[in-house]
Design a protein around this ligand. Structure first.
Ligand code: ASP
Length: 423
């Protein structure tokens, strides 16, 4: 180093326009250590920064093309300098658009036309302490499709948490085994706690009734894709959210993301006691968006562009309220036909409860082109590939990594898919 260590580090802080705290987090060291590197060489307490750290700064934090710092999507969504995805609060409108551009670049892979190996050698820890089918499998499949491998654990019973191990210990230990983790846990805030014990990226796969950021990203990506086919724009559109809006974490994250758009009319309709929390309604009441609590489903459905139905999260009830979700809350073909437009889309994060008497989203819409739920679930793969590529800093390598696939698949994935194939 021609300049002193102190000058070098201060120039990094200046060029990246970040605080010392953020630089420490990016380097994975505590502030005291960084402070000792920032002292003058003849001061008491001065420590020499390891060569590996200097190399990391030059290779990963500074762009070596003159003094220009390359815009990095990973940096713009970082949380306290760390590359976790814990909440949709980490996005603004620009980073969201950039995120969707990366997602678009993953489409040839999720459609099984191309393969990529940009995550070859990397290992994902898929840690699910709560029930999951789609989220767990699609995160795993997304990682494998980028060339990585997956290790997972499901439920408390088969993990050392059943022996009383803390979130901190579990996280620190897992961080030594894998390169990135997806964590689902029944307590709100638990995934953030998990992320504080490790410098490797942690993705929130659902923290109790808190948030489900990857689901909201794929929901919004679905709305964006369907709207572009229908020639509509998200700004100024009408959305209704129906069902358990209190415990449904997907609607919490989605409502927050929608608030980044302008002039939306959002209607909410839920059984008494299962209303959307006030803090989320207040968060989303910006940019000229209008949020309205409806007193009947028919009123909420009138002329909307998007119907978003959710399952009642009985597993989170203190006292099960079996009767709270009656026919008045059910989205079915007759309600959609009588109140909605030809180009309305019907969404649901799934699973839907199809048991008799459940009154969740009806299966009588299965052959209606407006039902977007399976196209929505399919979008989980490119969205989750984008999350991994961005958090691990390889999103810029995708285009040059694509190769043709060697195998072939049936033309339609599902037996009812042929009418949708043109979409
Ligand atoms: N799969 C979604 C979630 O994990 C929705 C649900 O379970 O109802 O939140």
């Amino acid at each position: 180093m021609i300049i002193s260590q102190q000058e070098f580090l201060f120039s990094v802080i200046k060029k990246l326009n970040i605080t010392k705290n953020i630089l420490a987090a990016k380097l994975g060291v505590n502030l005291c250590t960084l402070d000792s590197w920032l002292l003058q060489e003849d001061s008491i307490g001065f420590l020499r920064m390891p060569g590996a750290i200097e190399a990391f700064i030059s290779k990963h934090l500074l762009c070596n093309t003159g003094n220009v710092i390359k815009y990095s999507l990973r940096d713009s969504i970082a949380i306290n300098g760390k590359n976790h995805l814990l909440s949709v609060d980490q996005f603004n409108r620009d980073s969201l658009e950039d995120f969707f551009r990366v997602t678009d670049s993953m489409k040839p892979i999720s459609r099984r036309q191309k393969v990529s190996r940009i995550l070859e050698g990397a290992v994902l820890g898929n840690l699910f302490f709560e029930a999951s089918t789609r989220t767990r499998v699609s995160f795993g499949a997304a990682f494998c499709r980028l060339g990585g491998s997956v290790c997972d654990t499901t439920g408390f019973t088969f993990s050392s948490m059943a022996k009383g191990e803390s979130i901190y210990d579990t996280s620190r230990v897992m961080g030594g085994y894998v390169d990135i983790m997806v964590v689902r846990h029944p307590e709100q805030g638990s995934v953030a706690e998990f992320s504080s014990a490790t410098n490797i990226p942690v993705v929130n796969g659902g923290d109790g009734p808190g948030e489900h950021p990857s689901q909201a990203l794929l929901d919004l990506y679905t709305i964006r894709t369907e709207f572009s086919r229908l020639g509509k724009s998200i700004d100024g559109s009408c959305v209704v959210m129906v069902g358990d809006l209190k415990y449904g974490r997907t609607v919490h994250s989605l409502l927050k993301l929608l608030s980044l758009y302008k002039g939306l009319k959002i209607s909410l309709f839920s059984p008494p006691g299962l209303e959307m929390p006030d803090n989320i309604v207040n968060y989303a009441s910006v940019n000229g968006n209008h949020i309205d609590i409806k007193s009947s489903l028919e009123e909420g459905l009138d002329g909307v562009d998007v119907v978003y139905a959710t399952r009642v999260q009985k597993e989170r009830f203190e006292n099960p309220m079996d009767e709270c979700f009656d026919k008045r809350f059910q989205i079915d073909l007759s309600k959609i036909n009588s109140k909605c437009k030809k180009d309305t889309i019907v969404m649901h994060p799934l699973p839907r409860d199809s048991r008799p008497g459940a009154n969740d989203l009806s299966t009588d819409l299965n052959n209606d082109i407006r039902l977007a739920i399976f196209r929505q679930a399919d979008n989980g793969i490119p969205v989750r590939m984008a999350i991994f590529a961005i958090l691990l800093g390889v999103d810029h390598l995708i285009d040059n990594s694509l190769k043709d696939v060697q195998w072939s698949l049936p033309a339609y994935i599902g037996p009812d898919d042929s009418p949708f194939y043109c979409l």
